[in-house]
Ligand binder design. Sequence first.
Ligand code: G1P
Length: 313
Amino acid sequence: MKQNIIPTKARKVRKAVIPAAGLGTRFLPATKAIAKEMLPIVDKPTIQFIVEEALKSGIEDILIVTGKAKRPIEDHFDSNIELEQNLLEKGKTELLKLVEETTDINLHFIRQSHPKGLGHAVLQAKAFVGNEPFVVMLGDDLMNITGNETPLTKDLINDYEKTHASTIAVMKVPHDDVDKYGVIDPNGEVSKGLYNVERFVEKPNVDEAPSDLAIIGRYLLTPEIFDVLETQVPGAGNEIQLTDAIERLNKTQRVFAHEFTGKRYDVGDKLGFVETTIEYGLEHPQIGANLKNYIIEKAKELSQDDSKNITKK
Ligand code: G1P
């Protein structure tokens, strides 16, 4: 029996938590000494896209949960007086603006000393969040980075303002990929693209997955999630899973799923990272046109190679 334990008066969503304590093993050796969140898409570290999405969504305070080799993240969002002075003296005002854009943000850092899983990382935010709804934004998923669409985080906040309930972003993925994600068992739509959820399952087997709707790294959560996380036992991969805690939260209060239909970039995957770089590069004012020409030429060359191979056969 679900109880509605959310106070009827909606609380403003002001805080975001960005877990960034992972070891980034998929990107070794690049991530031996620097955080994977600092790997750039052309000229912008991936974590900056996340921070920008948070700010565009009206978030006022951001907590980054960091681990080893994460100091560069703190430095990136700090002022660098020497660099700023140098750019100022050389009259490089555009670059100065870019550098300064990343400094005046209410950012907080906490270290997760033992990487015990995403749920454990989010639990580190308990004191920062207090008794407020908040968002969790995963650094491996970038959304709509080349367009001007409403950020997905803002969509979740808009949902919360109507329902006062936790809402998890999901997206249809190819069926064979469902075992890489948290997956929902939807139980009817309450409005277009907003689902009631019967069950949340972390990394199900492909043949047992309840749907192809996968969790994609944006969560709006009520603070009651912390009580659940405190008693959460390890699940898939022997890690404390956020999805498992959400499944338990959904037993005591409603948790919805919001279907995202925009463009998602998986920068936690090598191929996804390269694709993101190309797509962002194509829109980049300095290199877009030349990159496009390069890709056209390269595609011709590759198709000639292919036709040669076919003739040989
Ligand atoms: C995490 C979550 C998973 C979610 C995914 C989205 O998994 O545990 O539920 O679907 O992020 O990117 P990870 O990619 O850390 O294995």
